[in-house]
Design a protein around this ligand. Structure first.
Ligand SMILES: Nc1nc2c(ncn2[C@@H]2O[C@H](COP(=O)(O)OP(=O)(O)OP(=O)(O)O)[C@@H](O)[C@H]2O)c(=O)[nH]1
Ligand SMILES: [Mg+2]
Length: 295
């Protein structure tokens, strides 16, 4: 059988997590229109008749302003080591600039097996796409340049077919029932964080961490207590909202999703705590489950 690892890397907001979910046909990673949504490498393991492909979604590579940002970049770079294939994803709907150039320079010499994914082609014209393909083909030696749309699932199956041909003959790395390297509580905390990102603006989405404090499963129900950590008292105020309306809405959004994903009734309680400046404290970042655990 053919098997191997495929890292999905690129700038924040390119659509990496959307692609992982599209490939896996289920939600393993959270998505938002705001940059720096993903904070951990997330493996999606796709086992088929005669192949096993392990996709690694990574945090967007960016210019860091905190210890947190450095941790995110480090995870993305770590994914590049020992993979068989790299998907370098760019957002085809935004112009090429210094941020992209920086990422390109970090990646282009890391492997001979880089597929450039021009994502969000649903947003651009055919002419524009032709132009982009020409421009990108001069920037580095990609083994393929692939226009895709992760949301519309344009060319995703074709991408998988071609990717398989670049993987070596190899073993099954995971048994076929394993689809992700994180446990259910990770997904639960991430879904809560997603709802917070969706409902808040500016610095708040970036200042939030979520930790599952307690979980109990009975015959019919799952009880979850989640701790939401923010950096400042003002952010705590925003998250709770007047008369607790904001936290109630977030809790309700998350509970709806969790009920669907866990397939059972869910009771969710969320608390908010201030941890001053946690994004600059390595020990807190680690404690909140961010970054690669074996580093
Ligand atoms: N129109 C369009 N939007 C897309 C496509 N793929 C992703 N998006 C949107 O782009 C935004 C970012 O998607 P994500 O998947 O969260 O991006 P990411 O690369 O994982 O971002 P980080 O985790 O911050 O690095 C979301 O609003 C997606 O819905 C696409 O093919 N077409
Ligand atoms: Mg992401």
């Amino acid at each position: 059988m053919r098997s191997g690892f495929v890292a999905i890397v690129g700038r924040p907001n390119a659509g990496k997590s959307t692609l992982l979910n599209a490939i896996m046909n289920r939600k393993l990673a959270i998505i938002s229109s705001k940059p720096q949504t993903t904070r951990n490498n997330i493996m999606g393991i796709l086992t088929e008749e005669d192949s096993q492909m392990i996709f690694i979604d990574t945090p967007g590579i960016h210019k860091p302003h905190h210890a947190l940002g450095r941790t995110l970049n480090k995870s993305a770079y770590a994914s590049l080591a020992d993979v068989d294939l790299i998907y370098y994803m760019v957002d085809a709907s935004v112009p090429f600039g210094s941020g992209e150039e920086f990422v390109l320079n970090q990646i282009k010499d890391k492997s001979n097996n880089i597929i450039l994914l021009l994502n969000k082609v649903d947003l651009i014209s055919k002419d524009k796409l032709m132009q982009l393909i020409l421009q990108w083909s001069k920037r580095a030696n990609f083994i393929e340049i692939f226009p895709i749309s992760a949301t519309e699932k344009i060319n995703v199956d074709k991408l998988l077919d071609i990717s398989r041909t670049y993987l070596p003959e190899g073993p099954m790395y995971f048994d076929e029932s394993t689809i992700c390297d994180h446990d259910e509580n990770f997904l639960i905390s991430e879904l809560i964080r997603e709802k917070i990102i969706w409902r808040t603006q500016e610095e708040v989405p970036h200042s939030v961490a979520v930790v599952i404090e307690n979980r109990e499963d009975t015959e019919t129900k799952t009880y979850i207590q989640a701790l939401i950590i923010v950096e400042r008292a003002s952010q705590k105020g925003i998250l709770i909202g007047s008369q607790g309306k904001m936290i109630a809405s977030i809790t309700q959004d998350a509970r709806r999703d969790l009920r669907h994903i866990l397939g059972r009734r869910v009771e969710l309680e969320c608390y908010v705590r201030v941890e001053e400046n946690w994004r600059n404290k390595e020990s807190k970042i680690h404690q909140f489950g961010i970054g690669e655990m074996d580093e």
